[in-house]
Design a protein around this ligand. Structure first.
Ligand SMILES: C[S@@+](CC[C@H](N)C(=O)[O-])C[C@H]1O[C@@H](n2cnc3c(N)ncnc32)[C@H](O)[C@@H]1O
Length: 348
């Protein structure tokens, strides 16, 4: 996940009014949100339903008080017959919290069409798991990493060892605080987000097919990072998935070998080029993971070789480990990320 500052700085400095932005691997919609702040049209695409639901929430127009009202109405009106079973669920959430989550899950699976419900779904996904602060709670779960869901066996051992029991947090207060923070001021939303595979050209086409993109700001999957879906198993459960970790990778990139991975990237860069304005710029934030001893810049060079894109600059972007402090507090082994780069390209 890259910080908002990254796409915002680029677009603020360089984009002209009326230009359009594409992110073919939008993740949590950071690029789309930056475009929205600046009043630019954007399209985000991702094959992970969690990414799409969160991006969608960043693109709706909703008022904080209406989102909270919707959350309260669901809790009053919806009944649930059963909660997910097993020790993990007993330790992950206090029973009253889990009941509220199940009510929201049921209601939002039945109907998530209104702006308020889309916003509420994004807020709940964001608050589903994370660290427990000393004072007022910001997350529904017992102590957890925020960016990824822990594997049940490891989490159980951790909670039991540290005698950490789930707390009966005020779920509406958590929703209210987040709604007030995220929907405090309104920028008109002119963005679009699609669930799909960016290797398919059709997926990358906006509804208005006359639109040509002037900016592509994106961060593709890092080679060897195969857990984008498994790491989000709790959020996928909230979106209708099973209450256990699933190791499937539908519509995700091929990580078997560098050759196939590069081929996937090339396909996307070619599709993207065909939807861009002649003067378009593309900025790719890319890095590697220590487990794969391969230079990520070699992969990017190779992926752009047989495409209409020409690299014009490569800048170091710091290390992905800079943002990993909170996740590390839950891990036995400290995570180390390789250095990342921003690769700037233009159409030839
Ligand atoms: C490095 S992350 C993007 C992070 C994003 N920049 C952010 O700030 O949240 C890469 C994303 O690519 C998505 N992805 C992987 N394979 C894909 C495919 N074939 N089509 C579309 N998205 C894909 C993953 O689900 C993941 O969300």
């Amino acid at each position: 996940m890259f910080p908002l500052d990254f796409p915002l700085r680029i677009l603020e400095k360089k984009a002209k009014p009326g230009e359009s932005v594409l992110d073919p691997f939008c993740g949590r919609g950071t690029t789309n949100f930056a475009a929205r702040i600046l009043g630019l049209f954007s399209l985000g695409v991702d094959s992970n339903p969690v990414a799409v639901a969160i991006t969608e929430a960043k693109l709706v127009n909703a008022r904080a008080e209406n989102i909270v009202k919707e959350a309260e109405t669901i809790l009053h009106e919806v009944q649930v017959d059963a909660l997910p079973e097993g020790e993990f669920w007993q330790w992950a959430y206090h029973p009253t919290v889990l009941t509220s989550l199940c009510k929201w899950r049921k209601a939002l699976l039945e109907d998530c069409h209104s702006m308020e419900r889309k916003a509420l779904r994004g807020i709940i996904l964001g608050a589903l798991h994370g660290p427990q602060p000393k004072y007022s709670a910001s997350y529904f779960s017992n102590q957890c990493p925020r960016t990824y869901a822990p594997k049940p066996r490891y989490a159980l051992n951790f909670w039991k060892k540290h005698k950490l029991h789930p707390k009966p947090v005020d779920v509406i207060e958590i929703v209210r605080k987040r709604a007030e923070r995220f929907y405090a001021y309104q920028h008109e939303s002119i963005g679009e987000v699609k669930l799909g595979d960016s290797r398919q050209l059709e997926t990358l086409r906006p509804k208005n097919t006359n639109i040509k993109f002037h900016w592509v700001i994106t961060s593709p999957p890092y080679y060897g990072m195969r857990t984008y879906l498994a790491d989000q198993w709790l959020r996928l459960w909230f979106l209708g998935g099973p209450p256990w970790v699933e190791y499937r990778a539908i519509n995700q990139f091929c990580h078997q070998n560098p050759h196939d991975f590069v081929k996937d990237l090339t396909t996307v860069w070619n599709h993207v080029a065909s939807l861009c304005d002649r003067q378009a710029n593309m900025v790719i934030r890319f890095g590697g993971i220590p487990a794969r001893k391969i230079n990520h810049l070699d992969l990017i060079h190779e992926s752009l070789k047989d495409t209409p894109w020409q690299i014009i600059n490569i800048l170091p972007a710091g290390s992905a480990a800079d943002g990993l402090r909170q996740a590390n507090s839950f891990l036995r082994q400290k995570t180390q990320a390789q250095i990342e780069h921003d690769i700037w390209a233009k159409l030839k």
